[in-house]
Write a protein that binds this ligand. Structure first.
Ligand SMILES: [Zn+2]
Length: 350
C-alpha cells in the first residue's frame, strides 16, 4: 500500500489494522479523516471516547470541558496522570491526544456548555458525542443538535450501570422524547454512587462504534433503541425508543414550548469529601489574559500551583480555585455562595 492523495505512508501504516476491516476500508478511513466531531465532556466517558476517536483517525476533534483534573478522576479517566492534576482537562487531553496521533487536528475548548453557547459550540460539526455528567447541559446540547440537524450519540454511566443511544434529528427519538425534565438534583453523582471503570469502557466503546457507523454512512445500531448495560450480571437490554409526536423539542405537533433549561451562572456542586464547590460559567468565552490574572492572584497572597496555557490553579489555606481562559471559575473551600461571589469579584478585579 503506497501513499495516496488522502494519506501519507505513515498514516496508512498507523491505520492498517482497521483499513483491512471490510466494513471500513480505505474509503471509510477517508471519511473518518474528513469528519468533524465534537466530544462534549472529557470525564469518564469522554476520556476513552476521545482516545479511540483520535487513534482511529477522526480528522478534526473538538473537545469541550470545563473541569480541571483531580486526583479522584485518575482511576477511570486514563487520558490523565498524576502530573495532570490541576491542569484544565481540555489542555491535558489535547497534549496527550496530539502525541497519540499527530495526523489529526485537536481543538480544545475550556467551556461550560450552556443554553446560550451550545449551538456555537457544535456548529460546523458532523456529529456530537454526549459524554456529559449532568442533565442541564445535555438538554442544551440535544436542543442545539435537533435545531442544527447534527446527530448526537448519547451515553451515561453511574455505579455499575450505563446506557447509550443514537439520536438522528428528524428520524429518531431525541433525548427529550424519552428523558425530559429530569432535574440534576434528583440524580446521584459519581462522588456519591461511585463508578466502575469497566462499565465506562463498555459504554464508551459502544458510543465510538456508533460514531464510526454514522460517519461512514452505515445504519447505526441504536437508532431506535436505548442499550442498557448492568455490569453486575453483565446483562445487556435494548429498550425500544420512538420519536414522540408531541415532544416539545423535536415533535411534529408539540403541545407546549420546551421547558426552560436551568442554567445558573453560579452553581453549587458537591466536591471532594463533601466540600462545597462553586462553579461560575459565563455564556461566552471571555478570552482572559492569564498572565495578568496570575499577577493579581500573587498580589492577593495566593500561591499559583499550576500555571497552564488554558488555566491557572491556585490556593491559599483552605481555599483552592481554578480559573480557565474562558472565564470559567471553580472555587472550593469558601464559606458560602455569597463569599464565593465576593471572591470571584476580587479575583477578576470586577
Ligand atoms: Zn424529541
Amino acid at each position: 500500500m503506497g501513499s495516496n492523495e488522502f494519506f501519507s505512508e505513515e498514516e496508512l501504516v498507523y491505520y492498517s489494522r482497521q483499513i483491512v476491516l471490510k466494513e471500513l476500508g480505505l474509503q471509510g478511513q477517508a471519511r473518518l479523516k474528513d469528519a468533524h466531531v465534537c466530544v462534549a465532556g472529557l470525564g469518564g466517558l469522554g476520556s476513552p471516547v476521545s482516545t479511540q476517536l483520535a487513534s482511529m483517525g477522526v480528522g478534526h476533534l473538538r473537545i469541550v470541558d470545563r473541569d480541571v483534573v483531580e486526583m479522584s478522576n485518575l482511576q477511570r479517566q486514563h487520558l490523565y496522570g498524576v502530573d495532570s492534576v490541576g491542569y484544565p482537562k481540555v489542555e491535558a487531553a489535547a497534549t496527550r491526544l496530539e502525541r497519540m496521533n499527530p495526523y489529526i487536528a485537536i481543538e480544545p475548548m475550556p467551556l461550560s456548555i450552556t443554553p446560550g453557547n451550545a449551538e456555537k459550540i457544535i456548529s460546523g460539526m458532523d456529529l456530537v458525542v454526549d459524554c456529559l455528567d449532568s442533565m442541564a447541559p445535555r438538554y442544551a446540547l440535544n436542543r442545539a443538535c435537533v435545531k442544527l440537524g447534527i446527530p448526537m450519540i448519547f451515553g451515561a454511566v453511574i455505579s455499575n450501570v450505563g446506557n447509550a443511544t443514537t439520536i438522528i434529528p428528524g428520524e429518531t427519538a431525541c433525548l427529550e422524547c424519552f428523558q425530559g425534565n429530569v432535574d440534576d438534583e434528583a440524580l446521584p453523582s459519581c462522588a456519591v454512587a461511585g463508578v466502575h471503570p469497566s462499565v465506562i469502557g463498555i459504554l464508551a466503546s459502544i458510543q465510538v462504534s456508533e460514531v464510526v457507523r454514522v460517519l461512514t454512512g452505515r445504519p447505526p445500531n441504536l437508532a431506535d433503541s436505548l442499550i442498557f448495560c448492568d455490569l453486575e450480571d453483565l446483562s445487556f437490554e435494548k429498550i425500544k425508543l420512538a420519536k414522540v409526536d408531541n415532544c416539545p423539542v423535536c415533535g411534529t405537533s408539540p403541545k407546549s414550548e420546551p421547558s426552560p433549561i436551568r442554567h445558573e451562572p453560579v452553581q453549587e456542586i458537591c466536591g471532594r469529601e463533601g466540600r462545597r464547590v462553586y462553579v461560575f460559567s459565563p455564556d461566552d468565552d471571555m478570552g482572559l489574559g492569564l498572565w495578568a490574572l496570575n499577577g493579581r492572584l500573587a498580589a492577593l497572597g495566593y500561591s499559583i500551583d499550576v500555571e497552564a496555557r488554558m488555566g491557572t490553579t491556585f490556593s491559599r489555606g483552605d481555599v483552592r480555585g481554578s480559573v480557565l481562559s474562558s472565564g470559567v471559575t471553580i472555587l472550593e473551600g469558601v464559606g458560602d455562595m455569597e463569599e464565593a461571589v465576593r471572591l470571584h469579584g476580587v479575583i477578576h478585579a470586577e
